[in-house]
Design a protein around this ligand. Structure first.
Ligand code: LLP
Length: 463
């Protein structure tokens, strides 16, 4: 789908209320590899397959809605990140994007580390056998219990996010007779070009300690004095779904400057910097994300250059991609329930899920694409809004897209690029049962997170 402000663009598009026009893609049956997992293809039958499996068979066996995740694509993306830095950096997958025990095992096997931000994520990581020293604990308000469990388990690092936490982690570590490796998360004062809710490096927000006003320098001073802490580096995460490298460059430069200041003041050179995650992915054909090797080259060269200029040894770099690894590897498979044409407006296509399995459209005005996947169609393109089955009108999955005009109840449609922040932010709104995650690989499918049942709901409802 390409966006256009040109009224002559669409052949069959209705005028959208905002006055925008959308041109239908040249071929509605085509699947843009930018947004679909690597093994997704349309077969001779007209239906779509993934990992060698027909989506109709997957729907039959596992039901809909379902998140279908291409394991080989996930592993390939892990390897691409690992190799991008030539082994000279540590890649921490951000578990918040999507975490399950199978995912932890894949990460472990592919040589990645893991960033967790809650006791639940930590428990999942440990249960699936991720070595504690390859885990980093994040969070702006970690509980005492979360910190205790992390220190006790021996996590490789805790990323300190406030002055209180510096003392809290130090005390807990001392009480346990340990010296905890920590980084300090700083806010570098960069305005990331992304949605306000997912930008994190400007000063007026809850994360990190500001470089501005000497706050971060003061945090370093305090951390260096505490016996329970081993300060190993500085951390900066500027936001999420970012395409422009400029923010990362400014961030890297400011973090290196802080390292130089620390060296000047304390005579110590911290050995690590973490530049966070946040790399954007393609949700529609209009998005042009950077490849891991481009990002690695750019970050490594900035850090090297700045360190040389400051006379510092180049620290070990780490990064924390979440979305860029898992996002493109999965799609959500839905069955169409109703098709409602609204004269002069658009056609509403209702599916058997909605904002409970993908809140991103409602929360961030996120854009998605959609395709008919149970068959090919030669019908004309029709402007649609894909909506869910929840009891509110904001329950939109894909705001504006084209589907073939003959789309009908019983058809399977799929929304690509839903691997990140969809299952992990899914809810039970309207007592919806959260969909399963089905991993496919080389002709085999296995459920890695099962579909919720009414018994699951009842188990919590103890009144
Ligand atoms: N590191 C830290 C410290 C983070 O806070 C995050 C994301 C990441 C790494 C991974 O960022 P990624 O590479 O996945 O962009 N729910 C929102 C995204 C929130 C991101 C929170 N932190 C969404 O659906 O867009």
């Amino acid at each position: 789908m390409s966006r256009s402000a040109h009224p002559a663009g669409p052949r069959h598009a209705d005028v959208l209320p905002e006055g925008h026009y959308f041109a239908p893609p040249a071929d509605l049956n085509a699947l843009d590899p930018k947004v679909w997992a690597r093994t997704v293809t349309r077969t001779d039958t007209g239906a779509v397959s993934v990992g060698g499996l027909d989506v109709r068979a997957l729907a039959e066996e596992f039901g809909t809605p379902a998140y279908v995740l291409d394991e080989s694509d996930f592993r390939a993306r892990c390897r691409a990140w690992h190799q991008a830095f030539g082994g000279e950096a540590d890649v921490f997958y951000a578990g918040k994007a999507f975490l399950s025990r199978a995912v932890v095992r894949w990460l472990h096997e592919e040589g990645l580390n893991l960033d967790v931000c809650s006791a639940g994520e930590l428990a999942t990581a440990l249960a699936a056998g991720m070595p504690a020293e390859r885990i980093a604990l994040h969070g702006n308000n970690k509980s005492t219990e979360e910190i205790r469990r992390a220190v006790e388990a021996g996590v490789g690092r805790i990323v300190l996010d406030s002055f209180q936490e510096i003392v809290r982690v130090a005390h807990i570590a001392e009480r346990l007779g340990k010296r905890q490796r920590v980084q300090i998360r700083v806010t570098v004062g960069v305005e990331a070009h992304t949605h306000e809710f997912i930008a994190t490096a400007h000063e007026d927000q809850k994360f990190g300690i500001a470089l501005a006003g000497g706050q971060a320098a003061e945090a370093v001073r305090r951390a260096l004095k505490l016996d329970g802490l081993e300060l190993i580096g500085i951390h900066s995460h500027i936001g999420s779904q970012i395409f422009d490298m400029a923010g990362f460059e400014v961030s890297a430069r400011r973090v290196v400057q802080l390292l130089a200041d620390i060296r000047d003041e304390h005579g110590v050179e911290l050995p690590e910097i973490d530049l966070g995650g946040g790399l954007g992915i393609a949700y529609t054909s209009d998005d042009d994300p950077r490849e891991p090797h481009e990002i690695a080259t750019s970050l490594t060269s900035i850090v090297t250059r700045e360190c040389q200029a400051a006379g510092l040894a180049v620290p070990r770099i780490s990064v924390e991609p979440g979305r860029a690894i898992v996002g493109p590897t999965a799609f959500t498979l839905y069955e169409v329930g109703t098709v409602k044409p609204l004269e002069g407006l658009r056609t509403y296509v209702s599916v058997d899920g909605g904002m409970s399995d993908n809140i991103r459209t409602a929360l961030y005005d996120a854009e998605y694409s959609v395709s008919l996947v149970s068959r090919a169609s030669d019908a004309e393109p029709m402007l649609v809004r894909v909506v869910g089955k929840h009891c509110e009108s904001g329950d939109i999955v894909v705001r504006d897209a084209f589907l073939p005009a003959d789309v009908a109840p019983g058809d399977l449609i799929a929304v690509p690029a839903t691997g990140a922040y969809c299952r992990s932010m899914a809810s039970n709104y309207n007592h919806a049962l959260r969909p399963p995650v089905v991993a496919v690989n080389d002709g085999a499918a296995k459920v890695i997170v099962r579909r919720e049942t009414e018994e699951d709901l009842m188990r919590l409802d103890v009144g």
